[in-house]
Design a protein around this ligand. Sequence first.
Ligand SMILES: [Zn+2]
Length: 464
Amino acid sequence: MRVSEINSFIVNYKNNQYNYSPYNTPVRRFGTVSFGQRYPVIQTYSQFRKFGIKMGAHCLYCNNILTFDNSMINSWKNQKLFQAPIKVFTSELKPYSKSLHNTEETIFNIISNISKKSPSARLSTVIKILSVQSNKKLLNEQIPVFKQLAEAARELPPEYQKQIYGLLNKNRARLLRIPNIEEFSAKDFKYKIKKLSLSMENNKAYKDIKHLSELLTIPDLKLTESDITPEVLERIRRTIAEADRNPNYVLSKKAKKSRNILKSTIVNKIKEAAASVNRTDIKKLCEDAEKRINGIPVAGKFSNKAFCYDLNAILENFDNKELKKKLFDIAAQLPTSEGSIHAFIIKHADASSDTIGYNLFEPSAITIEHMQPSSLNGPDLLRNWAFACKRCNNKRQSEDMNEFFKMFKQSNAVKYWNQIIDWCNKGYFSFEDTTEMLKIFKRQCSSIKINSNKKLQYLPGINV
Ligand SMILES: [Zn+2]
């Protein structure tokens, strides 16, 4: 009985290989099929991602086609494709550009056009030049939103009004690049360093930058009263000694006494590490941080995310929901680097070619979405996995899927499941796994009806 089952499976498996797949790739490629183990052939994240890329899977939410994963982006980066002349960059990566989200695809096409005239220019230079025009266009969109916010804030009680106007003034100065005294935020600095170093190679400079920036958020560096503990001083000394390749590195007496000098010392070491690998963007960030630590005015850079975060923090306990919503709705009109090519360009005006290349591709990389979020006990099994782009996956986190899907066309889900059902009918997924996948989806997203009953076929021999 067992033998005949396996035989019939093998026959179908071969059919499957030659008759159905437009890619002429044996199913075996995605996993090892051995006797006694028929399905699932896809058991690991990597097998699932490779399958999705090979077969042209779409994002469950935005429906973008998924043609590359993070490891491919890293290999492009390691091959120095992002630093290469734009002629090489655009011609090598053209096949993947169709799967970029709209904003990134438009920018890719702009760069592609420029490469016809200036083939040897680099990504960072092109973005820098484009930023002059984009700056004006972006300001034309941002300033009216600020005016609306200032107008709406007049309805707020005085204590809130004062804070909102403070926030608006600080950010208006940032928009217009007017130097302003701003407090140094270790958390914000660390976040930005983390983002920028994503596009770095995993070398000594990368590790030094990572370890050094972690020092800045040690709670002891925040307190202003008591002395800094010897343990903390020794940890900082050791980390700097490591970055400095000098085990006998000594912290100056002044640094031991003053938190600001200590912070400056750390930031300065990060700057040196960044300079050693020509990361001018990280160097610039450090220079601004040193000024902030020492109370020197800085022409800060406007960040939509930071602005909304601060707005949220101010209004967190404000109980007039209607007015709060009004303010957030106005703020939501501010262009983002996700939805506006000008905002993307301005965000990357001082960025390295590696960061620009990485950020163009990363949001469109294939990822594995756990339909029932892992944090809500979603099983880590094929039946709970779906294909999603990184942007959608990051955005949803563990949000209710019915709510999250309101941002997208419901037909995207229908298209997605038609593709999965098709693959099941061709023998790539087991009947059991596919029905379980659909069950989990229907439980997570009851608002969208997927009519799978008629289409999903039980194929004895192929599916279990
Ligand atoms: Zn998506």
